[in-house]
Design a protein around this ligand. Structure first.
Ligand code: HEC
Ligand code: HEC
Ligand code: HEC
Ligand code: HEC
Ligand code: HEC
Length: 191
């Protein structure tokens, strides 16, 4: 113990510790910043119009059921519909008369340039989140992402931090101590 104290008293070691501390803190602040803003998107995609037409969430985000990542649609998926809409093609409406956001979509398709959607919901790399067990536990998308039938692009409905995950894991396991232990275990979300 006293040996350790001597090492810590060494000014060089203290500076090194300060540097490590600052790196950790700034990484933490950057992490919170990047996980908690609602960015501008390349196309102002209107969820409301599409969700109110009863297009299922999983049509555009199929991975939310099958794998860790929900996935975002490519321009081909958009164009499967938009390349056919009578409103624009029968009779053909000049591109210049299309709504601006659809002109943008059309140019992504013509240039086969992928649309770089900007992430909204994100957990840091050291956290393990998988949609599947949540959907299997009958949570709906709205619980965590809000009512998309009232939004254009996605916005952050929740502060995505550890407290949010833990709170719900506690609430959902009030009558099941074994499951509670598992869902609150550090290794369940960090490994
Ligand atoms: C299942 C069919 C379908 C898919 C898939 C689809 N849309 Fe649409 N979208 C529609 C229909 C129908 C409308 C309403 C008709 C209209 O006003 O153009 C619409 C409306 C829009 C509008 C509003 C147009 C306006 O009038 O301002 C935008 C923008 C749009 N879609 C973009 C997209 C993008 C981007 C994608 C892919 C991420 C996409 N859509 C995928 C069917 C679809
Ligand atoms: C328990 C809360 C919760 C529920 C329920 C939930 N999500 Fe998520 N979702 C998250 C979190 C947390 C992230 C960030 C994941 C990451 O960074 O790996 C996320 C990310 C996403 C993303 C971003 C892209 C991606 O590939 O991860 C999409 C799209 C998405 N969710 C759609 C859905 C849909 C659709 C449903 C319903 C079928 C749903 N989510 C249900 C919490 C939830
Ligand atoms: C026609 C395709 C389409 C449908 C249907 C659709 N979405 Fe999306 N979704 C998108 C696109 C495009 C984006 C990327 C732009 C944005 O962030 O809003 C997106 C983004 C998201 C995000 C943010 C992803 C991220 O990067 O963190 C969530 C959450 C989400 N959608 C949830 C839903 C839910 C829940 C439903 C059903 C109620 C739904 N979406 C229906 C196309 C769709
Ligand atoms: C709204 C409630 C809710 C929120 C928010 C939530 N979870 Fe969960 N989580 C659940 C439920 C319910 C289960 C499934 C429990 C069961 O097995 O029945 C679950 C299961 C899990 C599992 C699987 C555990 C296993 O069985 O191996 C992981 C990992 C997990 N959640 C991580 C997270 C992380 C990380 C976050 C935050 C980013 C989060 N959850 C946010 C409710 C939630
Ligand atoms: C249900 C999922 C879940 C469980 C269980 C969990 N964590 Fe986390 N943890 C997260 C998420 C999500 C983040 C990232 C967001 C944040 O920083 O709050 C995080 C961040 C952290 C960080 C980074 C520092 C910070 O606050 O940014 C540390 C350290 C940490 N967890 C330690 C632990 C320890 C120790 C345990 C066990 C007592 C634990 N976690 C259990 C989800 C979980």
């Amino acid at each position: 113990m006293s040996k350790l104290l001597e090492i810590i008293k060494n000014p060089g070691v203290q500076i090194a510790m300060l540097v490590v501390f600052l790196v950790v803190v700034s990484a933490g602040i950057w992490g919170v910043y990047t996980t908690q803003t609602s960015p501008e998107q390349p196309i102002l995609f209107p969820h409301n119009i599409h969700v109110n037409m009863q297009i299922p969430c999983l049509y555009c985000h199929p991975g939310a059921w099958r794998q860790a990542s929900a996935g975002l649609p490519t321009q081909q998926k958009c164009w499967a519909c938009h390349g056919q809409l009578k409103k624009y093609f029968q009779p053909e409406v000049p591109l210049a008369n299309w709504p601006l956001e659809l002109q943008k979509l059309s140019s992504y398709v013509k240039e086969s340039k992928p649309i770089q959607w900007v992430p909204v919901y994100q957990v840091p790399d050291f956290v393990h989140f998988n949609h599947r067990p949540h959907i299997a536990a009958a949570l709906n998308c709205e619980t965590c992402h809000g009512d998309m039938s009232k939004k254009t692009v996605a916005t952050l409905e929740q502060t995505v931090n550890m407290g949010w995950c833990i709170n719900c894991h506690q609430q959902k396991t009030i009558n099941d101590p074994a499951k509670r232990t598992k869902l609150l275990d550090c290794g369940t979300c960090h490994y």
